[in-house]
Design a protein around this ligand. Structure first.
Ligand code: HPA
Length: 246
């Protein structure tokens, strides 16, 4: 990664300060329209692109997001590196609600999503390598920023991507844990794979907002309500430090 990298933030739930204001830009892509206009925002003096993955007013559920168009729009506007903010539930005992993490692996349980740019429609077939699904450079840079800001950010963990929009059953979460998952969320796939296909650096900053279904006694929505602010504040601090150094 170089200081000339052009960064974008893929913004998940509830980050109004990162979404930007005004009209923004909505480039047409070969995959259709992005979820919303792309804005240029400034963090610590650094200009970066920002896109609300779920659209203006959070109206697009995870399975209906046009992941291909979102990433192609960011790339068309010059991005080469994408920091994806993803809320997750915690499956294992690795971390607690209210904390943050930079996962290093993925298991994909999603289905029926437009999940590849190599769908055969233009005669191009490519099998990208995905052994390490996140950019090592970008992960390292995020973790360095976390350390510099004295944040307790977990390095690694397996992100299980589920279809949603409903939350999981307790038995499904038991299965995720047996499979080796630490976190469960609904958006990092196919986002991470399409980013790799497009040649974009991509890493996920996970906001742990609840214990997954069947873990703990607190109802999930109450857990989310009491832990989102802490995870969000830590993520903002991390990003501020990241862009101070960038
Ligand atoms: N499951 C799936 N996605 C999520 C969760 C969860 O518990 N929490 C936040 N996103």
């Amino acid at each position: 990664m170089t200081t000339n990298s052009k960064f974008a933030v893929m913004v998940g739930s509830g980050f109004p300060s990162l979404v930007g204001e005004g009209e923004g830009q909505q480039p047409t892509t070969r995959f259709g329209e992005a979820s919303a206009a792309v804005h240029t925002i400034t963090l610590e003096g650094c200009a970066l692109l920002s896109l609300a993955r779920h659209g203006d007013g959070h109206s697009i559920p995870p399975h209906a997001i046009n992941y291909r168009a979102n990433l192609a729009a960011l790339q068309a506007l010059g991005a080469d590196s994408v920091i994806a903010l993803c809320t997750v539930g915690v499956v294992s005992d690795l971390r607690q609600s209210g904390e943050i993490a930079v996962p290093d692996q993925i298991i994909d349980y999603t289905w029926g999503r437009a999940h590849t740019i190599f769908d055969g429609s233009d005669g191009v077939v490519e099998h990208i390598e995905f052994t390490e699904p996140f950019s090592a450079d970008l992960r390292r840079a995020l973790l360095l920023a976390a350390a510099a800001a004295s944040l307790d950010c977990h390095d690694g963990g397996v992100y299980a991507a589920t279809q949603g929009p409903r939350l999981e059953t307790a038995a499904e979460v038991d299965r995720l844990e047996r499979d080796g998952a630490d976190y469960v969320g609904m958006t990092a796939m196919p986002e991470a794979a399409i980013a790799r296909e497009l040649g974009l650096r991509y890493a996920c900053l996970a906001l742990i907002v609840n214990r997954a279904a069947g873990r703990g006694d607190t109802p999930i929505h109450a857990d989310v309500a009491s832990n989102t602010a802490s995870a969000r504040a830590q993520s903002m601090k991390l990003l501020q430090q990241f862009f101070k150094q960038a």
